[in-house]
Design a protein around this ligand. Structure first.
Ligand SMILES: NC(=O)c1ccc[n+]([C@@H]2O[C@H](COP(=O)([O-])OP(=O)(O)OC[C@H]3O[C@@H](n4cnc5c(N)ncnc54)[C@H](O)[C@@H]3O)[C@@H](O)[C@H]2O)c1
Length: 371
């Protein structure tokens, strides 16, 4: 199979879908790898490194997309890339389609086979290809929040951990999944008073055990959210209902009652966001202020640390890339029920329930279309 690895086009996105190590393994399995010039540069992988690994490095994105039977990317394609879509081309990348109607339309019109990293499941029901980026975004979100709490950046001028004689900042974490757990570890490590809210009480029990009583846990409901947001210096959103648009847990009214100079980091913004006042921002212009509350809502936070992120991502995605290349999409999907969960569009048919419900469109179960 010819596998295409284009340079990412999203604002300041510096990750790449396949590393030279991956290109070498694909070559050894008999495949051809076409890498766009400079695709790995900002992640620390030179064109030379790809060439030494046996990949062909070509200057033109159109050539990479046009020759490939499968394109492996990191983030969803943006409008200038839609011209490359064609019937039967396999696209393996993060898609986060629920809030992206236009991209969904394009993938369906052009009959692409689109498999989204974020909805692929492992045999235990986990999200193995979302997890590495959630681990990174979770860790980063506290770092970013601490930075925006500085006066210079519009924040309240509070040091997260306080100092002896001065209390620490209060951090509220919404969602206790992968993002939430990583955030908690960093927030507690920096000495912040940390409260985590989740609807899953068993998860709260586990977290209470993991953090040995140092974490305050609360059931997630509007009453508790109203109280916690009023008291918090930093609110970090990381809830997820896989494939669907995130629920708006923090309302505009709650934001209006937050402290001036408090900070919101909405990590769930890639699924539409869990804060009513949030809208997607980019790594170039990451923040804005509503009612004196600083909002940071970057949809591709791991893109800011591309070396770590590319290695972490490709460690997880590569075995799927190799199976898709070795068997072709239809057979690889038939062999792996978890990969089928990742199928979002198949030759003009929408195959993901969550995306369909978020966009109120008809859908067909993936298992039915690939047979
Ligand atoms: N912005 C970025 O760069 C970036 C990077 C990675 C991940 N993410 C996003 O972060 C989000 C979280 O990812 P994850 O891997 O931690 O997901 P996860 O499935 O591991 O955890 C989600 C948690 O949210 C909880 N939840 C669901 N509804 C809730 C509610 N009403 N109140 C409180 N908690 C609720 C679930 O019980 C679960 O514990 C996803 O939207 C993911 O796409 C964003």
């Amino acid at each position: 199979m010819i596998i295409g690895v284009p340079k990412e086009r999203k604002d300041r996105e510096a990750r790449v879908g396949v590393t030279p190590a991956g290109a070498k393994s694909l070559r050894e399995a008999g495949h051809t790898v076409l890498v766009e010039t400079g695709a790995g540069e900002e992640s620390g992988f030179s064109d030379d490194a790809y060439q030494r690994a046996g990949a062909e490095v070509v200057g033109d994105a159109g050539y990479v997309w046009g020759k490939a039977a499968m394109v492996v990317k990191v983030k969803e394609p943006i409008a200038p890339e839609y011209v490359y879509f064609r019937e039967g081309l396999v696209l393996f990348t993060y898609l986060h389609l629920a809030p992206l109607r236009e991209l969904t339309d394009k993938l369906l019109e052009t009959k692409m086979i689109a498999i989204a990293y974020e909805t692929v499941r492992d045999p235990r029901g986990g999200l193995p290809l979302l997890m590495p980026m959630s681990e990174i975004a979770g860790r980063m979100s506290v770092q970013v929040g601490a930075c925006y709490l500085e006066r210079e950046r519009g924040g309240r001028g509070i040091l997260l951990g306080g100092v002896p004689g001065v209390p620490p900042a209060h951090v509220a974490i919404l969602g206790g999944g992968i993002v939430g757990t990583k955030k908690t570890r960093i927030a507690l490590g920096l000495g912040a008073k940390t409260t985590l809210l989740d609807v899953n009480l068993n998860r709260l029990r586990e977290l209470d055990d993991i953090f040995n009583g140092r974490l305050y846990t609360l059931a997630s409901n509007s009453y508790n959210l109203e109280h916690v947001t009023r008291e918090s210096d930093l609110v970090i959103g990381g809830v997820l209902i896989p494939g669907t648009t995130a629920p708006k847990l923090v309302t505009r009214d709650m934001v209006s009652h937050m402290k001036k100079g408090a900070v919101i980091v909405d990590v769930a913004i890639d699924q539409g966001g869990c804060i009513e006042t949030a809208h997607p921002t980019s790594l170039s212009e990451p923040s804005f202020t509503v009612n004196g509350v600083v909002h940071y809502c970057v949809t591709n936070m791991p893109g800011a640390v591309p070396n770590t992120s590319t290695l972490a991502l490709t460690n997880s995605t590569f075995s799927y890339v190799l199976r898709l290349a070795n068997h072709g999409a239809r057979e690889a999907l038939r062999r792996d029920a978890g990969l089928v969960e990742g199928l979002n569009t198949w030759l003009g048919v929408l195959t993901h329930r969550g995306v369909a419900e978020s966009q109120q469109r008809p859908w067909t179960a993936a298992a039915a279309v690939i047979d």
